[in-house]
Design a protein around this ligand. Structure first.
Ligand code: SAM
Length: 349
């Protein structure tokens, strides 16, 4: 058996046999520390308790403006996020949840009919497959509007393939929106190989800079941080073993667009029309771009493309084009750094 296969099997055992509910987790890494937005809480209230009890996510990777979208949830587990997304995409959209662990999929599928009756439509499919090769779950090229994932990418023994697959299945202008655990440095091999640390989403946590490099290699040169929160481990043995490493739950978004690796200034601006129902007053693109409705905001070329060449386009007026270049775009607070120490601030965007 290859190391790759044995790593996948160890994760399958962890989520299929060892964990029966979120109470069995040994750390707080796979736990959300914040309350969801009211419209998400409302959708969540309609999800079956057994599904919610097997939630092992570390964030809320649910972007706005989903009505009619075709969404793919990587490592959907028992399906909690899929059942929330199902309500938000509505009868004209669809949700496919992919997971490799049969026990998780069994719980997700068991409640499919109940939720379809409750919502008044059936738009979800749960498929067995591997995120490193989404053909195993019959996901075609350029077929998905939004890829979401909640605390799964860290578990992959082959993250480069997973990122390549995400970019393959997203349609042009499609969005990747994920919550995952990141580390402020590379996790040493002895900790990365520990089955409990790996299962608890710590051993495989990506060092932010390596994540950025892997995404760039897959074709995505600009990844935006939406939210970052320090992970409280709450297990003295594991805390002692991981010692100096700081872990963060980070929600990020990226687009399948041909973007530049730095923010360049073409004198463009964007105006949010206030037309996304769940965000009537302001749209938050990331931790340093808040578009108050009807107010023009100067933007770099990449941000202009994210807003005008994605499904957010109907909600924005973008002023200007890229015919004249004014140099590097000055943007973002040093707080945009995601998983580094204060001495090495990451330039935004
Ligand atoms: C931490 S749980 C998160 C589950 C779900 N997203 C949630 O929020 O409850 C990780 C899930 O990812 C699945 N998984 C891990 N690695 C995978 C892979 N390489 N391919 C497919 N599924 C995977 C596991 O089976 C498990 O159900």
């Amino acid at each position: 058996m290859t190391q790759h296969q044995s790593s996948l099997e160890s994760i399958q055992r962890y989520y299929g046999e060892i964990l029966k509910s979120s109470d069995d987790l040994q750390t707080s890494a796979c736990c959300i520390g914040t309350s969801p937005a009211p419209y998400i809480a409302e959708a969540l209230a309609k999800v079956q308790d057994e599904v919610k009890a097997r939630f092992y996510g570390c964030g809320s990777p649910i972007p706005p403006a989903l009505n009619g979208a075709h969404v793919l949830d990587l490592g959907c587990g028992a399906g909690r996020d899929c059942y929330v997304l199902s309500q938000l995409v509505g009868p004209n959209g669809s949700v496919i949840g992919v997971d490799m662990t049969k026990e998780q999929l069994a719980v997700a599928r068991k409640h499919r009919d109940h939720h379809a009756r409750k919502f008044g439509f059936a738009n979800i499919e749960f498929r067995e497959g591997y995120i490193e090769d989404l053909r195993t779950a019959r996901i075609a090229d350029d077929s998905v509007d939004v890829v979401v994932s909640n605390c799964v990418l860290n578990l992959s023994p082959d993250k480069q393939s997973a990122f390549r697959e995400i970019l393959r299945v997203l349609r042009q202008g499609g969005e990747l929106y994920v919550s995952d655990v990141f580390a402020d440095r590379r996790v040493p091999p002895n900790l990365a190989a520990d089955p409990v640390l790996r299962g608890e989403c710590l051993g495989g946590a990506l060092y932010w800079e390596d994540f950025r490099r892997l995404m760039a290699a897959a074709g995505c040169r600009d990844v935006r941080v939406i939210e970052r929160r320090r992970v409280a481990i709450n297990n003295s043995d594991i805390e002692a073993r991981t010692a100096l490493i700081e872990f963060y739950s980070v929600t990020v978004r990226a687009f399948k667009l041909d973007l530049e690796d730095r923010c360049e200034d073409y004198g463009q601006a964007a105006i949010y029309k206030g037309t996304i129902p769940e965000a009537p007053n302001a749209f938050e693109l990331d931790d340093h771009h808040r578009f108050v409705a009807h107010k023009a905001v100067p933007v770099c070329g990449n941000t202009a493309d994210m807003l005008s060449l994605s499904r957010y386009a109907p909600h924005f007026e973008t002023i200007g084009d890229k015919s004249v270049h004014f140099g590097l775009f000055e943007c973002g607070p040093p707080a945009a750094q995601v998983a580094g120490n204060a001495a090495t601030p990451i330039k935004c965007c």
